[in-house]
Ligand binder design. Structure first.
Ligand code: OGA
Ligand code: MN
Length: 329
């Protein structure tokens, strides 16, 4: 992690006895004792974990984000203006188009390149800025397992992954300043995973005008927002152009060092799938945020239960200035 020199970074003690080496390796993580985790003075509850993934294991998570999570029943931005028949096979249709277009930049963009967001579990409604029990599909088990382990290492052994938002950033994408406050339980952390190109992350304070601290988010880095920092303003102003041109970050070039076992959550990625993932990530970044929506035993208030609106693309634009969740992707 690199940042302005006047900001105090301190090593953060994690709960390294909560999970065995075997437990965390199943989801592709190094032993917790080897993680490099940091806190920031002035941001209580904020934890930055510098790429704790085992060599080669990011590839599995990248494939889930690009090939698997955009599939039904999950919801994505393309569903807002395309029929479900057309958004059914985003991956297959994109492969066909990528292989046909080769390096010609002028061809129409593939669906993969048009992907901006995917929601998982309780699907975030961009319009009403709420979650509702009617708009829920099962949260992916493997991401739940990864998140449960990361949260436990950070001292939150009861974390339940219930909602996820994936953001797909092209080289000119950004994410406006916002607070993630739609979840009903703010005592549980928000986990954020980054893959692919580096981004600048601005961590602000409890007020919109508070001067932020800038951090680089590299591939594999995990950020945990908990305690008071759970409700801090933040934004992603830009993706950092890679100095060497369109190349993959080093952590993504490695293949798995050990054979995967049947009981492992992570599985190896075929060369064919990886070729597409690496083509995409040479110019893109994927961020996954995982949230617990309800406290254990809590249910949605009655007034919130009937919203299932589908947002039109123009609405996203209209919302931009007024909402606390501006997207500029
Ligand atoms: C979000 C978010 C940050 C990022 O999805 O709420 O803040 O690093 N993402 O993309
Ligand atoms: Mn956020």
């Amino acid at each position: 992690m690199k940042m302005r020199k006047n900001v105090n970074v301190f090593p953060c003690e994690l709960n390294s006895t909560s999970l065995s080496e075997d437990d965390v390796s199943k989801v592709g993580l190094q032993p917790i004792k080897d993680w490099r985790a940091f806190g920031l003075h002035g941001y209580p509850g904020f934890i930055f974990i510098s790429n704790p993934f085992l060599p080669g294991s990011q590839q599995f998570w990248v494939k889930q984000c690009l090939k698997i999570y955009p599939q039904k029943p999950n919801v994505c931005n393309l569903d807002m203006h395309m029929s479900s028949v057309d958004t059914e096979n985003i991956w297959e249709r994109s492969i066909d188009a990528i292989q046909r277009k080769g390096n010609r930049k002028r061809e129409p963009k593939t669906l993969l390149e048009k992907l901006r967001w995917v929601t998982l579990g309780y699907h975030y409604d961009w319009n009403s800025k709420t979650y509702s029990p009617e708009h829920y599909t099962p949260f992916p088990k493997e991401l739940q397992s990864l998140s449960h382990k990361v949260a436990a290492a950070c001292g939150f052994s009861e974390f339940d992954a219930e909602a996820g938002i994936l953001n797909y950033y092209r080289s000119d994408s950004s994410l406006g300043i916002h607070v993630d406050e739609s979840e009903l339980d703010h005592t549980r952390p928000l986990l954020s995973y980054s893959f692919g190109q580096t981004a600048v992350f601005l961590l602000g304070g409890t007020k919109r005008e508070d001067r932020p601290t800038a951090l680089f988010m590299h591939s594999g880095d995990i950020m945990v927002m908990s305690g008071p920092s759970r409700l801090h303003y933040h934004a992603v102003p830009c993706i950092v152009p890679s100095p060497a041109g369109n190349v993959l970050p080093p952590g993504l070039c490695q293949r798995l060092e050990t054979e995967v076992q049947d009981e492992d959550v992570i599985q190896s990625v075929s060369q064919e799938d990886w070729d597409i993932c690496s083509w995409y990530l040479q110019t893109s970044r994927v961020n996954v945020t995982v949230r617990q929506v309800l406290a254990s035993g809590q249910s949605f208030p009655a007034t919130q239960t009937s919203q299932m609106s589908e947002e039109e693309p123009q609405m996203i634009k209209k919302r931009k200035s007024e909402s606390g969740y501006e997207r500029d992707t």
